[in-house]
Design a protein around this ligand. Structure first.
Ligand SMILES: [Zn+2]
Ligand SMILES: [Zn+2]
Length: 391
């Protein structure tokens, strides 16, 4: 089959790779209908964080048709249109039984790498390095879906492919952000990042009754998109003193909940981002994660509030403002998404029109143009929120 592969210094390219096969009784093979780019993958492509191996197939947000099932699969049949959670989890270990699917003990086949990096193995993810399981990604014609009864979900007819694909990761990650923030009716919520995850966090916060949701970014088209399609207020951080403006919009205190939804991709400004450059230069080429938006969120948050880290970090960060966390009495929470818990509920909300994802796939491309799609997405060119590929 054809698949979009990481080729190291040569960038990305479509190559012929072996068809996936059933390996365990709970596996299914899915023929991909749509597969989306995601900001979490950009640092990997640039060689930051744990590295891919040349030839690895990229992509982790997808939906498609079931074309083959193992004998242990009960909930899906050949022909079902399913969206697959980006996180791979077994559904039966202690963590999965608590609903903490992203913490699954058995989701990753590269447990030793994760143990070394983080102390314990975590759930897997498609199209990521060995530390996340080394599962082949979804920018391909076919994908092997392990634990298909746990991670694949039938899509209601009312939700078309271009909208449903985001139930794989962006929508449940946004839901997680509002849940970790314990957003309550009347809360003021600030979100760093107007990409798909930031917008879905805004939508979830509004559904939980937030009084004001303010999304912060530097790209005018993304900010307009968050206003128009989600109903959020926005701030352009290049033109505004963000902390002062957020205090102004929250009774002088600062937001109750601050969500960071950008991870390592944030381009900061001013002296605090210079600190990151020096830290990088001093490491002989090893690049530490840059927690610029996390620091801004910690500084802006009201005393006793909650800061949620949703963006992807892989290793260590420098200059984390622990003093502010302590003296302001902040709660800091983070996780990868436990989509297995929420995807059916989220698909229902999408079918009813409560969650709007119809505007996220700004660019639809054939898989052959995958490298171009990533260029558009990385540069935020031509108003690109997400590039979505069709094999
Ligand atoms: Zn993603
Ligand atoms: Zn598990």
């Amino acid at each position: 089959m054809r698949a979009l592969c990481w080729l190291g210094a040569d960038g990305l390219g479509v190559r012929e790779v072996p068809d996936p096969e059933l390996r365990n009784s709970g596996d299914a093979i899915v023929r991909v209908r749509r597969s989306s780019t995601c900001g979490a993958d950009l640092p990997l492509l640039g060689g930051r964080g744990p590295s891919l191996t040349v030839g690895d197939v990229l992509g982790h947000e997808f939906l498609g048709d079931v074309v083959e099932v193992g004998p242990g699969v009960c909930r899906h049949r050949v022909g079902d249109r399913v969206v697959v959670c980006a996180v791979v989890a077994c559904g039966s270990c202690w963590y999965c039984r608590q609903g903490l699917y992203a913490c699954c003990d058995n989701g990753s086949t590269g447990a030793a790498v994760a143990e070394q990096a983080w102390g314990q193995p975590t759930g897997g993810c498609y199209g990521q390095p060995r530390s996340a399981g080394g599962f082949a990604g979804s920018h391909a014609e076919y994908v092997r879906v392990p634990y298909a009864d746990v991670g694949a979900f039938a899509v209601p007819d009312q939700v078309d492919d271009d909208r449903a694909v985001f139930a794989s990761d962006a929508v449940p990650t946004g839901w997680l952000g509002a849940e970790l923030g314990e957003v309550c009716p009347g809360d003021v919520v600030a979100i760093w990042g107007a990409g798909a995850v930031g917008q879905m966090t805004a939508q979830a916060a509004l559904l939980r009754g937030a009084a004001r949701v303010v999304v912060i970014d530097r790209y005018p088209d993304r900010l307009r998109s968050a206003e128009r399609h989600v109903g959020a207020e926005t701030l352009d951080y290049r033109a505004t003193d963000v902390a002062a403006e957020l205090r102004e919009r929250s009774g002088g205190r600062g937001p109750d909940v601050c969500v960071e939804a950008v991870g390592m991709a944030w381009d900061g400004t001013g002296p605090r981002s210079l600190a990151d450059l020096f830290a990088t230069a001093g490491r002989g080429g090893t690049v530490p994660d840059r927690p610029i938006a996390v620091r801004e969120a910690v500084h802006a948050c009201r005393k006793g509030g909650t800061v949620v880290v949703l963006g992807t970090f892989t290793g260590f960060v420098d200059t984390f403002p622990l003093g502010a966390v302590m003296h302001k009495g902040l709660t800091v929470r983070s996780s990868r998404q436990h989509g297995q818990r929420w995807i059916p509920m989220l698909l229902d909300r999408m079918a009813r029109g409560e969650i709007n994802t119809g505007h996220l796939a700004t660019h639809r491309l054939p898989l052959e143009q995958g490298a171009h799609g990533y260029d558009l997405f990385r540069e935020r060119a031509d108003g690109c929120l997400r590039a979505v590929f069709t094999p």
